[in-house]
Design a protein around this ligand. Structure first.
Ligand code: GSH
Length: 302
């Protein structure tokens, strides 16, 4: 069984970002399929309350958010790299563009386009997730603006590819390709009529095909129950705490996303850096686990 257990669902765009990175790295991994809406009892047993998808599990270490998952994949499996030109900082910063601006446009185009075809259970779940009404019918009014936004964002990809390069930073694919790709994949798979928005933008369709051809690495499957068993029967890795967090070492802290899905997770601070924070918690089903979060987009309270 592969070490990488990837809690995901197939239609999830942020999961697709990571699946492309797993493909670039040619890694073997097991999908642990999670429901698209709450409840997700096995997932929250592992995370302590964080409900978003994707989450990566390696033994009893639980990595939340695609930003940190990608960082950890690069740390553990450096070759082939996700940063073929270097530029680590810029490539990670580029996720703030894809995960916020482009994602917001994709969501409005897809759900505004689907309108009353979106199931009520999904609408209610996403309203609870965001803490705001989730109203596909109202999103329809924003579709023309969001389509213009999307085209302008995709034009940036086209500019980047204009000199004939195969991928966004050169001849080898990397994280920025996964970032640029997954929202267009999301539109294409969830609301294919809207794909006409970018199918005629120069260089983009060929590049999308190239990224698709990378594939997802070597995928297998593990059940949610088995994933919990693996957490319970393994020890989490030891971490180190950054000097600026020394006073918090071993103390109880609460970590929560600052945008949506803000369910707070609490535990003892056992690791940190400028890029991540790690907390240890004991769970009746998952045993002792360490849950890791990125710094960007997450608050840490004590
Ligand atoms: N910043 C997060 C965003 C993750 C996110 O929004 N995921 C969506 C699915 S693609 C989600 O969790 N939706 C609610 C759910 O699946 O319960 C990341 O990069 O992982």
């Amino acid at each position: 069984m592969p070490d990488i257990l990837f809690h995901q669902y197939d239609s999830s765009p942020f999961s697709e970002k990571v699946r492309v990175c797993l493909g670039i790295k040619k890694l073997a991994w097991a999908a642990v399929d999670q429901p698209v809406i709450m409840p997700k009892p096995e997932l929250v047993a592992l995370t302590g309350g964080y409900r978003r998808i994707p989450v990566m599990q390696i033994g009893a270490d639980i990595y939340c958010d695609s930003q940190l998952i990608v960082r950890e994949l690069e740390r553990r499996f450096p070759e082939p790299t996700l940063f073929p030109q270097g530029d680590h900082g810029l490539a990670h910063a580029n996720a703030m563009w894809s995960d916020r601006a482009v994602f917001q446009a994709a969501v409005a185009i897809i759900f505004g386009g689907l309108g009353d075809k979106v199931p009520a259970a999904f609408i209610n779940d996403r309203a609870a997730l965001s803490g705001r009404p989730f109203n596909p019918a109202a999103m329809q009014a924003a579709v023309p603006h969001m389509e213009a936004q999307l085209r302008a964002h995709v034009a940036l990809l086209s500019d980047q590819l204009a000199d004939g390069r195969r991928f966004l930073t050169g001849d080898r694919a990397g994280l920025v390709d996964a970032n640029g790709y997954y929202n267009l994949w999301f539109i294409h798979s969830a609301f294919p009529t809207a794909a006409s928005l970018f199918e005629s933008i120069a260089h983009v369709p060929e590049w999308l095909e190239r990224v698709k051809a990378i594939g997802h690495g070597k995928r297998s499957a593990v059940s949610r129950e088995d994933a919990l068993d693996i957490a319970r029967t393994t020890e989490p890795m030891a971490g180190t705490v950054a000097p600026r967090d020394a006073e918090l070492e071993g103390k109880r802290v609460t970590v929560a996303a600052d945008d949506y899905g803000r369910d707070a997770v609490d535990g003892l601070l056992v690791g940190s850096s400028e890029h991540h924070v790690s907390i240890s918690r004991e769970d009746p089903q998952a045993g002792q686990v360490v849950v890791h979060f990125p710094r960007i987009g997450f608050s840490v309270q004590n």
